[in-house]
Design a protein around this ligand. Structure first.
Ligand SMILES: Nc1ncnc2c1ncn2[C@@H]1O[C@H](COP(=O)(O)OP(=O)(O)O)[C@@H](O)[C@H]1O
Ligand SMILES: [Mg+2]
Length: 401
């Protein structure tokens, strides 16, 4: 696979890192470019596995930890395979009884998956060496015969996709303040990657790859398509076009030329999905609205027209100023010309300003000054309440890689 690494980031130590990074702590989220250790430069699969400092699990251990990959413990599904909930002992990492030890998420490669070993190794490679509050923690892996599995920290609130688009009693509309919090966390994750020495490009930024912890801190997961950025004076890396339609930048789709600005475009799409509560592509909408980006872009530039796009379920939760800033960030990220897109550090700065409740929350009862609020905004309370461990199984991704 020929991936060459030399990344200036804190080296990962499973579980110790979790304690150090204190992922639930908002104050820690400003850590975009933590530099403390230069890991060795892994070149081969053997070197990657040796240097990643992850736990190597046997298949039988993970089978036991997930109670034989019970269908009712499926947390989600994607192009790689299914993700199961399991339990292991915190110290020995051996399988534990449900409800004891620590909860893990185990991703198991489908034997018939068209993604495979390369994507599995990319996840081990990147998540095995990065440590950041906005990247999910990889605890270990399993490589045994044809089996390829990955073991992550469990993210109790599941994916952003479920919170934005699933309807049902558990998934109440995600309040404005939590959308902003998740957007900022995800932006910090991307900014961190783009600022590492090898300028990693994530390449598959979308709502199903953004996971939420119990406090709605966002973490990027699923590094199967991540790639080192261009080196030296190169402006881009040339790749096979991979990713997800709707989220992939137009110039990347057209040429296969990948830059960090491709991630910025995808971020703009997700921000627009968060603003509107609408999926990027949805053929159940009227024909002119199939493509959210095409339909919504003209409205984002106009202060008064933004409300055509905004999720009506958010009414009364934001100030016109905050809505304008978010719409503007999204619009700039969606620029057809990559050089007009901001970089992720700039995006983080813009979104950080909005975390101040004085800027983002209306003092009176309305977004336009007249309409009453339909719902109160509780900062870190589960919309709809309930046990965060008990979210229902989402359907397989609608748009595959
Ligand atoms: N660590 C985790 N904790 C909780 N749910 C998870 C975790 N990892 C993945 N999931 C769920 O599984 C889904 C698919 O995971 P993902 O890593 O994106 O798989 P794929 O590589 O197949 O796309 C996610 O959208 C999410 O709903
Ligand atoms: Mg995924």
């Amino acid at each position: 696979m020929g991936v060459c690494f030399s990344v200036e980031v804190e080296h990962k130590c499973p579980f110790h890192k979790g304690l150090d990074s204190n992922a639930d702590d908002d104050d820690n989220q400003s850590n975009i470019n933590k530099v403390s250790f230069v890991p060795p430069t892994p070149r081969t699969e053997g070197e990657i596995l040796e240097s990643c400092n992850l736990k190597s699990f046997c298949f039988s251990e993970l089978k036991m930890a997930t109670r034989n990959f019970r269908p009712d413990s499926v947390l989600g599904e994607g192009g790689f395979g299914s993700v199961f909930k399991g339990w292991i002992d915190e110290h020995s990492f051996v399988a534990a009884k449900p409800g004891t030890g620590i909860v893990i998420a185990v991703k198991k490669l489908n034997q018939e998956s068209f993604q495979g070993h390369r994507e599995w190794l990319a996840e081990v490679n990147y998540l095995g060496q990065f440590s950041h509050p906005n990247l999910v923690q990889l605890i270990g892996y399993c490589l045994e015969d044809e089996q390829r599995l990955l073991v992550y920290e469990f993210m109790p609130r599941g994916s952003l996709e479920n919170h934005l688009f699933r309807r049902g009693s558990y998934f109440q509309p995600l309040p404005w303040s939590l959308r902003l919090k998740a957007a900022l966390g995800a932006a910090k994750g991307l900014a961190f990657l783009h600022n590492t020495k090898t300028k990693v490009i994530y390449r598959d930024f979308k709502t199903s790859n953004v996971l939420l912890d119990s406090n709605y801190n966002a973490k990027l997961s699923d590094f199967g398509l991540a790639k080192d950025g261009p080196i030296g004076d190169k402006s881009h890396v040339s790749t096979r076009v991979m990713g997800t339609y709707g989220y992939a930048a137009p110039e990347y789709l057209a040429t296969g030329h990948l830059t960090s600005k491709s991630d910025v475009y995808s971020f703009g799409v997700v921000l627009l999905e968060m603003l509107s509560g609408q999926r990027v592509v949805d053929k159940t909408r009227p024909p002119g609205k199939y493509s959210l980006v095409e339909w919504a872009k003209p409205y984002l530039a106009h202060k008064r027209k933004i409300y055509e796009v905004l999720d009506s379920r958010l009414e009364g939760q934001y100030t016109p100023e905050a809505a304008k800033v978010v719409a503007n960030v999204s619009l700039r990220c969606l620029s057809a010309e990559p050089r007009f897109r901001p970089n992720m550090t700039e995006v983080v700065k813009e979104l950080e300003r909005l975390q101040d409740p004085k800027v983002t929350r209306p003092r009176r009862h309305s977004s336009h000054g007249t309409r009453p609020r339909r719902q109160s905004v509780g900062d870190c309370t589960a919309p709809g309440g309930g046990d965060p461990d008990a979210y229902p199984r989402p359907p397989p991704s609608l748009i595959s890689k």
